[in-house]
Design a protein around this ligand. Structure first.
Ligand code: PMV
Length: 318
């Protein structure tokens, strides 16, 4: 029997991270050049309930029951099983491969959840609609990230640029002209949960200061959305850099991120900021296509562990 296969992309938060946890809007785009793929091989002769998890990047090839109860992959499979009210899963091997670096702010955990949910629901014979895939992936994110806003699973499930506000209907954004972004990694693995918890602690100690920061970031996201749809790249860049300053004030940047931001601006980027939880992970630089090789070279010389160029295509074309 041929394997069932499903994939999910990575993601990049353009602006509004952290503030989005406090109900401010944020913008995220899918990164389609990176993906997680889940293949499911039926094992018709094995006993029901025997599920083998084969995830090379996590060096796992085990029966699911051997994994700790709170293991993320085990929890995702159990969420899908519960969704369909199955007492046991049909015997199978779940093989997961990914080109996404783990714990780097590119959405590896939500991408994994969504590819597994899509593949398993198809294997069970009831492919789930995107809304349900998204809701289950959010539950999976909650297990490991404590208080996620839901932006990661949403942009990955819908695979379109999103304007996301917690508790409000999802909005897709239009892009007036294609934009070029370089993602550069500090090489420092980060924990989003820790970064979010740090902001929460500081917010509790000084709510007025933090709420002002969240509000200012929310206002930047609104303006960025406007300029994106009008195709005005230069002001988008300026506002992204301003967003970075506010994230620095919030205490989620680090010297390595600041260095990559400064280097890309000095090399001619239109704007640059950290992206995601911060304290390491990635930064992004909005660049003109013609300056992108120079900026990428400058970032690599300044210690970026990898650079990836992504193009945000204009939604006005084709
Ligand atoms: O670290 P990432 O890329 O998964 O970013 C998470 C974004 C935060 O706003 C910091 C948290 C959240 O749940 O929205």
């Amino acid at each position: 029997m041929p394997a069932i296969s499903a994939s999910a992309p990575g993601k990049l938060i353009l602006c509004g991270e952290h503030a989005v946890v406090y109900n401010q809007p944020a913008i995220a785009i899918p990164v389609l050049s990176l993906s997680t793929t889940t293949k499911i091989f039926a094992h018709p002769t094995a006993p029901k309930g025997e599920v083998i998890i084969n995830a090379a990047s996590q060096r796992i090839k085990e029966n699911i029951h051997v994994l700790p109860e709170d293991h993320s992959i085990r929890r995702i499979v159990e969420l899908v099983q519960a969704n369909f009210g199955l007492s046991e899963m049909p015997a199978c091997e779940i093989q997961i491969t990914s080109t996404l670096p783990i714990a780097s702010g590119l959405g590896s955990s939500a991408s994994l959840s969504i590819s597994v949910i899509r593949a398993l629901s198809e294997f069970i014979g009831h492919p789930l609609p995107v809304e349900r895939v998204n809701a289950l992936a959010f539950e999976a994110e909650e297990i490991h990230h404590g208080n996620p806003s839901g932006i990661d699973n949403t942009v990955i499930a819908y695979e379109k640029p999103v304007y996301f506000e917690r508790g409000k209907p999802l909005q897709f954004i239009s892009i007036g002209t294609s934009m070029h972004i370089i993602i550069a990694s500090t090489g420092i693995s980060t924990s989003t949960a820790l970064a979010v918890a740090g902001v929460h602690d500081r917010w509790q100690k000084d709510p007025a200061r933090y709420e002002a920061l969240f509000t200012q970031i929310g206002s930047l996201s609104r303006q960025i959305r406007q300029y994106l749809s009008q195709g005005f790249t230069k002001p988008v860049g300026e506002l992204l850099t301003r967003n970075h300053s506010l994230l620095q004030e919030m205490g989620v940047s680090c010297p390595e991120l600041d260095q990559l931001v400064n280097v890309s601006l000095a090399a001619g980027a239109l704007g640059a900021k950290l992206s995601g939880g911060g304290m390491g992970g990635n930064m992004l630089a909005l660049v003109k296509e013609e300056t992108s090789p120079t900026i990428e070279k400058a970032l690599t010389s300044a210690g970026a562990k990898f650079c990836l160029k992504v193009t945000l295509p204009s939604s006005m074309e084709g």
